[in-house]
Unconditional design. Structure first.
Length: 430
């Protein structure tokens, strides 16, 4: 297969990122994925793994860990989701996305085994996950960082055996918000923990007791075992002081915007130290965080006016964006918000958490996906929280509309669905 043939095959499969899974957690099973991985020789056992889950922050934390381990000289595999522009972004080795031809071959390798084994079509995510884990083995990575797609216990990635598990946090997303939702979600995320092996927790609220049920070898929790003694705004990022059970790291510059990125950095440092069972050298920490890049997360893509792009699509992400805009971009100039969201979230709650009413104008657009919330509905949600809203259905046109309203010293924020963020990042010189 070439990449186009691989994509055609994937398009024929059920994709729960496009069509949300119906039914309760109890109906899920990891057995089909485990059976398939056994059929291809369990390549996920060929290298150590750091396995990450969490409602927000796991993508940024994964990228931070990738930089730390790469700076230490390791050949690192990284598997993340979703992607912004191209599916090849999900599979990285040595800090670079998989080549298109290699992606096609990886999918072909998986499909050929399915055909020989007489297996029926599997899901889109199962197939890409299998291809990634097999590719990492073929590329002889020293370590793989694997990000959960959703929840944890029954996620396709949970065929790995984590040397270190990381649970960034638990907040409301992909849930009805009914009674006991936090405990239910936390329990499923804790399902990635391997008995007798360490787990790092970024938000211990309601998690410590549940994590203990999985019989980990050790638990390192931010706020209990790891302290973030400083998390200050600095020009171009954050300045943090972190104390872990293994050492202290002072005046670490993190080249990312947002208070939450300081928290993610503390979790990444703790996870790396648990993986190595040793403290990190200061020169390693310094170089890793000065050079870390997380596309589409509080990324400044233009000045005059300032254009800030952020894939905030749930309540936790919206709150983090609101804090960052207020703390790091609150210059007193006018602010404009371009927002597009997919279904499965409460747009009123997300826009409220984003403090949409503080923007001079909210420009509602429709993400170009089957799950995109109509711009008109999103505008009504914005008005419900007290914002002035304009409706511009097309994403490109919505961004241009906001730019037309803004002066050079104003701020334009583009947020919401990754499809909207990808379009904003692809516009080049805005």
């Amino acid at each position: 297969m070439d990449e186009l043939e691989a994509l055609d095959h994937l398009d024929s499969l059920i994709n729960y990122e496009v069509t949300p899974r119906a039914g309760a957690i109890e109906g899920l099973s990891l057995e089909p994925m485990l059976g398939f991985m056994s059929a291809i020789g369990d390549p996920q056992d060929a290298y150590p793994v750091i396995h990450l889950t969490g409602t927000n922050g796991k993508g940024s934390t994964s990228r931070m860990l990738e930089r730390i381990l790469t700076v230490m000289g390791l050949r690192v595999g990284l598997y993340t989701s979703p992607h912004l522009h191209d599916v090849t972004e999900r599979i990285r080795v040595g800090g670079e996305s998989i080549e298109a031809d290699d992606f096609g071959q990886a999918i072909a390798d998986v499909v050929s085994v399915e055909e020989v084994q007489g297996l029926g079509p599997r899901t889109w995510f199962d197939t890409v996950t299998s291809a990634a884990l097999l590719y990492f083995a073929n590329e002889a990575v020293d370590v793989a960082i694997v990000e959960v797609g959703m929840l944890g216990r029954f996620d396709s990635t949970n065929v790995v055996h984590a040397d270190v598990a990381v649970i960034a946090n638990v907040s409301l997303d992909h849930s009805s918000g009914g009674a006991g939702w936090r405990e239910e979600i936390a329990r499923e995320k804790a399902g990635i923990i391997e008995a007798g092996r360490p787990v790092v927790i970024g938000e211990p609220k309601g998690l410590l007791e549940i994590v203990a049920e999985e019989d980990p070898g050790s638990v390192v929790a931010l706020g209990r075992d790891v302290s973030l003694d400083r998390n200050d705004f600095a020009v171009g990022g954050r300045l943090i002081d972190v104390t872990t059970p293994r050492g202290s790291h002072e005046e670490v510059f993190v080249a990312l915007h947002g208070e939450h990125q300081g928290i993610n950095a503390a979790v990444a440092i703790a996870a790396a130290e648990e993986f190595f069972d040793a403290p990190l050298g200061e020169e390693i920490v310094t170089e890793a965080f000065e050079t870390v890049v997380v596309p589409g997360r509080l990324e400044v893509v233009q000045n005059a006016p300032t254009v800030l792009v952020d894939a905030a699509h749930n309540i936790g992400g919206a709150e983090a964006l609101s804090v960052a805009v207020r703390e790091e971009f609150g210059t007193g100039a006018r602010r404009f918000l371009v927002i597009g969201m997919q279904d499965g979230r409460d747009p009123v709650a997300v826009l409220g958490a984003m403090d949409a009413a503080s923007y001079d104008v909210v420009v509602a657009c429709t993400p170009p996906t089957a799950r995109g919330i109509p711009a008109e509905d999103l505008a009504r949600a914005a008005e419900t929280v007290g914002a002035r809203a304009d409706v511009v259905v097309d994403v490109d046109a919505a961004i241009e509309h906001a730019l037309g309203l803004a002066a050079d010293d104003d701020l334009v924020v583009v947020a919401g669905s990754t499809t909207v963020v990808a379009i904003a990042l692809g516009l080049g010189d805005l």
